[in-house]
Design a protein around this ligand. Structure first.
Ligand code: C2E
Ligand code: MG
Ligand code: MG
Ligand code: MG
Length: 286
């Protein structure tokens, strides 16, 4: 972790204000260049139906393929991009690239699955978000049912805005999920009012379900609640067979995590989609 950070992170070595602002300026310039120079790529992580073991969705996750530093993880630049506003053009690139790729897979004859795209706070609050997404869907020819937008609980704190925006997105025919569920503000009262399709249980709860009875209880309760609310539920960060078994026994619909696959290149996900039946056989929950 420290090694990775040393290589990739734009570290602020001391709290001297001058060096902080120089670093920020440098990062901002580099990000602008990255946007102009097409230095971003998407990785894809499968979402697997726990009953059938089949890939039923794919999450698109951005990486920065930096000319000198190599592949940089989103945690190292998305927060800054969000702060500086550069997330808006970056987010638009992600949306377009993900829709284009998903459409290409459908044209190539892969069984169609929705692609999930993470929306940032600024995007969610952007004027005419619906129009912008609708335009990308039109341009890429992707059927809206094959796009899923992931928002986080913190974006729903302005409840009226959230309901209004979500209704507009639903009018488009796209799916909406709440990412990292359980880590943020979550009013169960409003949850039932939000027109959403799916909850993604944050991996911090999933991590310890086999060792921490509290986490096990929380996860089981979230799953039961989603069934009552008629929402789909996916567990993030599933890394072991024991976790998978627990989630299966507790009637979780879908899983995403290293147990099946980390985020991978488009090429690799294509071979997984080709072997979809094989993935199913290999990972049948016992
Ligand atoms: P997220 O949307 O919650 O994505 C899941 C993250 O968990 C991914 O990290 C993924 O690699 C990681 N992960 C998946 N399975 C496992 C597992 O079994 N164990 C562990 N330890 N980790 C697992 P990644 O790709 O580094 O992305 C981190 C975060 O960056 C994302 O969290 C999301 O919040 C943000 N992000 C990524 N791509 C975008 C994007 O295009 N736009 C925006 N706005 N944010 C993005
Ligand atoms: Mg996500
Ligand atoms: Mg998440
Ligand atoms: Mg996250």
């Amino acid at each position: 972790r420290a090694k990775e950070k040393g290589r990739n992170d734009f570290q602020i070595f001391n709290s001297d204000m001058k060096s902080v602002s120089i670093n920020r300026l440098k990062l901002e310039n580099e990000l602008r260049k990255a946007i102009a120079g097409d230095e971003f790529i998407l990785y894809y992580q499968p979402q697997v139906d726990i009953e059938s073991g089949r890939i039923v969705g794919i999450e698109a996750l951005i990486r920065w393929d930096h000319p000198e530093r190599g592949i940089i993880s989103p945690n190292h630049f998305i927060p800054f991009a969000e702060e500086s506003g550069l997330i808006v053009p970056i987010g638009e690139w992600v949306l377009r690239a993900a829709c284009k790729q998903n459409k290409a897979w459908q044209i190539q004859g892969f069984p169609p699955v929705p692609i999930s795209v993470n929306l940032s706070m600024r995007q969610f609050f952007q004027h005419n978000l619906k129009g912008k997404i609708s335009y990308v869907l039109e341009q890429t020819g992707l059927d809206p049912q094959y796009l899923e937008l992931e928002i986080t609980e913190s974006m729903t704190m302005d409840v009226d805005h959230a309901i209004q925006s979500l209704l507009e997105l639903k009018e488009l025919g796209v799916n909406v999920s709440i990412d990292d569920f359980g880590t943020g503000y979550s009013s169960l009262y409003y949850l039932k009012k939000f027109p959403i399709d799916k909850l993604k249980i944050d991996r911090s709860f999933v991590r310890d379900i086999m060792v921490d009875p509290n986490d096990a209880a929380i996860v089981a309760t979230i799953i039961a609640m989603t069934h009552h609310l008629n929402l789909k539920v996916i567990a993030e960060g599933v890394e072991t067979e024991d976790q998978l078994r627990f989630l299966h026994q507790n009637r979780c619909n879908e899983v995403q995590g290293y147990w099946f696959s980390p985020p991978v290149s488009a090429e690799k996900i294509e071979s997984m989609l080709n072997g979809n039946a094989h993935v199913a056989a290999a990972n049948e929950p016992t």
